[in-house]
Design a protein around this ligand. Structure first.
Ligand SMILES: NC(=O)c1ccc[n+]([C@@H]2O[C@H](COP(=O)([O-])OP(=O)(O)OC[C@H]3O[C@@H](n4cnc5c(N)ncnc54)[C@H](OP(=O)(O)O)[C@@H]3O)[C@@H](O)[C@H]2O)c1
Length: 281
């Protein structure tokens, strides 16, 4: 992990590179989204995570030019609206995202959630595969799919459905480490992205975090981002606070040792966002 920086990348199965730290835009209001994204880009992020439902796709893209960068300098993600289940609705969601964002392509498009039962999920996947074939999505994947949803999708793909699960995005932090999902995806070579990697700031005062933070002279947020990187994830911390946007990038000059990683291991199941992976239908 030494010698890495904010612009270091990992290879996706599609052949494209993904910067190993991203900047998340959930709950960033539209009025400030462009401004904070410009700040993030100026702080060095080259990977921005938005979604149709965040209502800030336009700003995630317009910020690129405002920051003096080219579209191709930045890895941009969007997600098909969770309500857009089935082929037609997902296709329309993708079309709408491209139109709103005024871009010809997204670097990554994910299905946001495994809703719509089997038919809805597989229909939406078909629209995603089509978007990749036509260059509208460079890489594709899923978010919040449980192992049973992933297996259903894998079976569909293997029976000729098309596409590949190239990226999986999940809530991941020491209190929700999801070994089953992570193993499933890593075994197949998929990139695993960690959302809510700071557990939304709710665990910063835990004694373990405080102790490791003091030991490395790093903030609790930096410890959590580092944990995520060392687990092999692509963390997507969100902050609308300029100092924190910068703080969250300063994670490449130290390493958690085996003992720290052991201390950070918990068997907790404590989501702080929604958890559609448990959806049964
Ligand atoms: N696929 C999905 O279903 C899904 C679901 C949730 C999130 N996501 C993605 O993942 C991204 C991150 O997740 P998240 O926003 O839920 O949670 P998060 O990144 O774990 O936490 C964000 C919270 O932590 C605070 N924070 C940020 N940096 C901090 C620091 N250095 N010290 C202390 N507090 C800090 C932020 O406050 P301030 O903003 O006030 O600084 C905000 O309240 C989202 O923006 C989104 O892109 C995806």
């Amino acid at each position: 992990m030494h010698g890495l920086s904010l612009v270091s990348t990992r290879k996706i199965l599609s052949g494209y590179d993904i910067p190993m730290l991203g900047y998340g835009l959930y709950q960033v209001p539209v009025e400030v989204a462009e401004d904070v994204t410009v700040k993030a880009l100026k702080a060095g992020y080259r990977h921005i995570d938005s979604a149709a439902v965040y209502r800030n796709e336009r700003e995630s893209v317009s910020a690129v030019e405002k920051a003096g960068l080219k579209r191709s300098d930045v890895f941009l993600t969007t997600k098909v609206s969770p309500r857009a289940t089935g082929y037609e609705a997902a296709k329309e969601s993708i079309r709408g995202s491209l139109e709103k964002a005024k871009t010809d392509y997204f670097d990554l498009i994910l299905l946001h959630a495994p809703f719509g039962a089997k038919e809805g999920r597989l229909g939406a996947w078909r629209a995603l595969v089509e978007a990749q074939k036509t260059g509208k999505a460079r890489s594709i994947g899923v978010s919040n799919f449980g192992v049973h949803h992933l297996e259903e999708l894998e079976e569909y793909i293997q029976s000729g459905g098309g596409g590949r699960i190239e990226v999986g995005q999940y809530e991941l932090h020491p209190w929700l480490a999801r070994a089953d999902l992570v193993d499933w995806l890593h075994k197949r070579g998929a990139v695993v992205e960690a959302y809510s990697p700071l557990a939304r700031g709710t665990r910063m005062n835990e004694p373990t975090i405080q102790a490791i933070s003091k030991k490395h002279k790093k903030t609790p947020a930096q410890i959590l981002i580092r944990w995520s990187l060392q687990k092999g994830f692509v963390p997507l911390p969100k902050s609308a606070t300029p100092e924190r946007i910068k703080e969250n990038t300063d994670v490449f000059d130290f390493e958690l040792d085996e003992h720290d990683m052991k201390l950070l291991h918990t068997e907790e199941y404590s989501p702080c966002a929604w958890d559609p992976t448990t959806q049964r239908d």
